[in-house]
Design a protein around this ligand. Structure first.
Ligand code: NDP
Length: 311
């Protein structure tokens, strides 16, 4: 049985092979477009952004494992075989890394470090008055495998935390809201907005002029989810008007961020290159091995993508 791999570039294949040799010694690990692969022998695929149509040619494919937590790179394939289940990357390290990103960026905005970055460029020595975490309200949109641990870490760091998802659920120490009905109440008073939503047609462009206008003046925005969530022109307009204080963007509609994007040089935007949560190869290999073993033992798909829900 073959496990096809397409993540990290073909140069990474020897490392994947040595990791899987320990974890799944019975599988033959091959690169995605290895011409020596017999399509009927492919049982598993672990990948990022497959060439459209190719997965559908493997008629004995049992399980697709996304090398990232998002699945937009898979659903972009119009021929994605609907009968093959998809496991989204769910390595515990992914949650730990997103927790770090949420803490780092929320503290950056909470302590107004963007102002010090700007001041340093102008050699200005000036204190910016800020408040304690206990007086700061952070709103986390999306309380899934990455959003929930991030919201809990922010709560544990002393912030007042609000959380919003498709459906409302109780989380100790976090004020939660659900669906469209709860959206405005969630935004009201949110001083640092953290987007960790799934990317679906319903959530596309959700951080737009209307949403930003509902945040209090001086709020900050952090997007660690997908570029499709933020309407960049609306964010820039809100930053330029002073309604929004600053933003950190890790993800973009086009990546790498094009050279001519105004985002690169905007003084109130911190750009990071899609690094919020990226577990290392060993951690991802452990998750793949768990997913395949669990699937073989019981048919259960870990961290399963639900096409009806869209995430
Ligand atoms: P999950 O699928 O585990 O959770 C998605 C969350 O979005 C859930 O809380 C869900 O609500 C909520 N949601 C979905 N649709 C709606 C809606 N219409 N209205 C309100 N809430 C909605 O996702 P993950 O936590 O695994 O990933 C979160 C995001 O992070 C994804 O966009 C992913 O692509 C991105 N990501 C970014 C990385 C980076 O390095 N920047 C790395 C990995 C992932 P409910 O709880 O009710 O189901």
């Amino acid at each position: 049985m073959i496990l096809l791999v397409k993540t990290g570039g073909e140069a990474s294949l020897p490392e994947w092979r040595s990791l899987f040799a320990e974890l799944l010694p019975d599988l033959d690990v091959r690169w995605w477009d290895d011409p020596g692969v017999k399509p009927e022998e492919v049982a598993y695929a672990f990948l990022w952004a497959p060439d459209p149509g190719r997965l559908a040619t493997f008629h004995n494919l049992r399980l697709i494992i996304s090398s990232g937590a998002g699945i937009d790179h898979l659903t972009a394939d119009p021929h994605l075989p609907a009968h093959v289940p998809v496991a989204k990357m769910g390595a515990p390290e992914a949650a730990a890394r997103m927790r770090e990103f949420a803490l780092a960026t929320v503290f950056f905005h909470h302590r107004q470090f963007h102002a010090y970055v700007a001041n340093q460029r102008r050699k200005v020595w000036e204190e910016v008055e800020t408040t304690e975490a206990a007086n700061r309200t952070v709103g986390v949109m999306g309380l899934g495998s990455l959003g929930l641990p991030s919201a809990e870490a922010l709560r544990d760091a002393g912030f007042r935390v609000k959380g919003w998802g498709r459906t409302r659920r109780d989380i100790p120490g976090i004020q939660t809201f659900g669906g469209e009905a709860g959206f405005d109440a969630f935004l009201q008073g949110t001083e640092i907005l953290v987007c960790l939503l799934a990317a679906t047609p319903e959530t596309a462009g959700i951080v737009n002029a209307r949403t930003l206008a509902k945040l209090p003046r001086g709020a900050s925005v952090i997007n660690g989810a997908r570029g499709s969530h933020v309407v960049i022109e609306d964010l820039i307009a809100a930053l330029d008007s002073g309604h929004i204080e600053a933003a950190t963007l890790d993800v973009f509609e086009t990546e790498p961020l094009p050279q001519d994007s105004p985002v690169w040089t905007h003084p109130k935007i911190l750009v990071t290159p899609h690094i919020a949560s990226f577990p290392n190869r060993a951690a991802r290999a452990r998750f793949v091995a768990d997913a395949i073993r669990t699937f073989e033992a019981s048919g259960t798909v870990l961290n399963r993508y639900d096409p009806a829900r869209g995430y």
